[in-house]
Write a protein that binds this ligand. Sequence first.
Ligand code: T4K
Length: 366
Amino acid sequence: MASEQSPIYVTQPSLAPLEEYQQLLAEVWQSGILTHNGPKVQQFEQECASTFNLLDLVAVSNGTIALQMALKALDISGGEVITTAFTWVATVSAIKWERCKPVFVDVDPHTLNMNPRLIEAAITKDTVAIMPVHVFGNPCDVEAIEAIAKKHKLKVIYDAAHAVGSTFKGKSLLEYGDISATSFHATKLLNTAEGGGCIATSPELVEKLKRIRFFGHNTEKEIVEDGFNGKMTEVHAALGLANLKYIEEVIEDRKYKYRYYKKGLEQVPGLSFQKVDVEACNCSYFPLIFESEKEMLAMISALQAAQIHPRRYFHPSVNTMEHIVDYTEAPVSEDIANRILCLPLYWELEMASVDRIIEIIKEVFA
Ligand code: T4K
C-alpha cells in the first residue's frame, strides 16, 4: 500500500489477498493444465457470467484480441467500421488488423461517447458495422445505436473494455450489441493481468467465438473455422477468479471515491465533468475537463510536483493519428482530448490521498 510520500499513479490493479491466489495456483499446479481452456478458464467464464448476469463469456488473452475476435465471429473482414474518435488506440488497431477501415464519428461533449445523431451521416455503401465505446464505463445510448443499426442492417460491436459492472436499464451493459468485447487488463476494474472477454447474445456466436479463440478447432479438435490463438491461460484465469470475489466491493469503492471527488471539485470554477449516472456507470475512471489545455498542463505540473501522476486518457484524439489513420474531422473529440485528465482512482487509494489531490486542485485554481 502506498504511503503518503510514495508516488501516486492514475491507477493500481485491484488485487485479492495473495494467499487466495496462491491457493488457486496450487490447484493449477496440481492439475498440470496450464492452457487450452482448462478448468480455471471455464470456472472464470461461468463465475463472470453469473456475477454479471450474462448468457456466457468467452475469456481471451486481451481486450484488443476480443475486439478482433468479435469482428471475425461476425464475418467482417473488410469494409468500413464506424467508430468513435475519442478512444484508446486499440479500438482502431483491432479494426485495422481485421482489414477494415475505421470511420470516425465525433462524440457528445457531455457523455464523451459517440454522438448517435452523427452516425447516419457516416454510413456509406461500404459500412459493415458500428463499434462504439462505453467511454470510462459510461453507457452509450445503446437504444439509439440499435435503432440505427437495425435500419441500416449493420452489426454492432461494443468496445466495452471499460464497462465491466456498468448497467443499462438494470441489465449488464455487456449484454448489448451483437457482441461486446471487454478487457481484464491490469488497469481495469476486474483484472487477470492481461485478459479480455467476448460477450455474445446468441449461443451460436458463443460457440463460434470459442472455436476462433482456439485455432478454429471444434470440440473434436478438427479445424472447422478460420481461427487464431486468443486463449486465456489457467494462471490468468486463476487471478481473475481470485479478484472476481471482490468485484462488488471494488465497484462500491470506486463509486464512493467518484462521488467524493465530484463533491470536492464541483464548486471549482473552470472544471467540468463527464455526464455520468453513477448508478449505471461503474465509475472506473475520474476524468476532469479543463477550460484549456494550458490549464490542464499546469495542473499536471502541480500534481506531479506532489508526486501525483494523473493520465491523459485519451490523448491525442485517435482520428488525428495520421501515421495510422486517414484524418477526418472530429472537433469535439479533438478539443476534449486536449484538455481532459484522469485523476488517480483505485481500490488501494487512501482517502487522505483523495483529499490531498482535491486540495492541490483547489489551490491551483485559488
Ligand atoms: N478499448 C479501449 C477503450 C481501451 O481503453 C483498451 C485498453 C482496449 C480497448 C484494449 O484492451 P487491452 O488489449 O489492453 O486489454 C492502459 C492499458 O494498457 C490499456 O489496457 C487501456 N485500455 C488503456 C486506457 O490504458 P496505460 O498506458 O495507461 O498503462 P500504464 O503502464 O501507463 O499504466 C498506468 C498506471 O497504472 C501506471 O502509472 C501504474 C499503474 N500500473 C500499470 C500496470 C500495467 C500498475 O500499477 N500495475 C501494472 O501492472 O495503458
